[in-house]
Design a binder for this molecule. Sequence first.
Ligand SMILES: [Zn+2]
Length: 264
Amino acid sequence: MAGITGEMRAQAREMLGFEKGGPERYDIDGVVRDAWINGNGSEATWKAAVEKHFRRFMVGDWVRVTVQTEDGFTEHHYGPIENFRKPDGAYYRRNVAKPHAAFVHPEYTRSHVVPLADLVEEIADFEIITEWSTVHEGGPKHNYGVYHCMGLHGTYPPPAKVMVIHKVSGRRQRFCDDCNTAEYRARFADQALHYQRSSKQTILELRANPALITGSAAEPTDPWDETPADQYRSWADTFPWLVPGPAAELYAQWKEARSATAAA
Ligand SMILES: [Zn+2]
């Protein structure tokens, strides 16, 4: 049987340049062997070979690990893949296209060996907006309507080029292209995790008794005298994504009834 030639590899690399992630995400020799040496070279054979030898994850890729805490919270932790492991926990001695598990050491949790099926690419947790007019919508007047990058630049941050939306929280952060990295995005998501952790008590109270959020408000004559219910509501306005479902529903009804009363 004929072997794999340099021309075959070059041609495969060129063709893979159009696939997701580019040629470095593929085991080139595996693709060539399955598509052109053992395979008949048809489009279907090529596609199957490409799918089989695609490396969805590589060492250094930032991934999200989902952790369920004992008191019933779902947490997202981020970190780069450090290496891959076999089902018995051993290392692979060579690159394989479909490793069993990855070793990840996220900043906010203990280390994990996580099956690949449970890993999520960090980028999947964000929406990236690149249109200048959207990124700078409502931009600061004193800076000609242009937002700065929120990355670490010191005194003269460059203009933002993208708006990164953290899907879970809906929070937005503007970055320049240099700062729109997995690490910065993960740090931004970590902020949401910190808010969730520091709000734990409030969340647990509202889970146990959603009606706490519709309690009586301060008298209009004394707006500074916040009631406990007022405090739940202002917390809910600040962290809407953390409000437990039933409490969020009651709060929405409460707001509707209040605006109806005000309109009457
Ligand atoms: Zn920047």
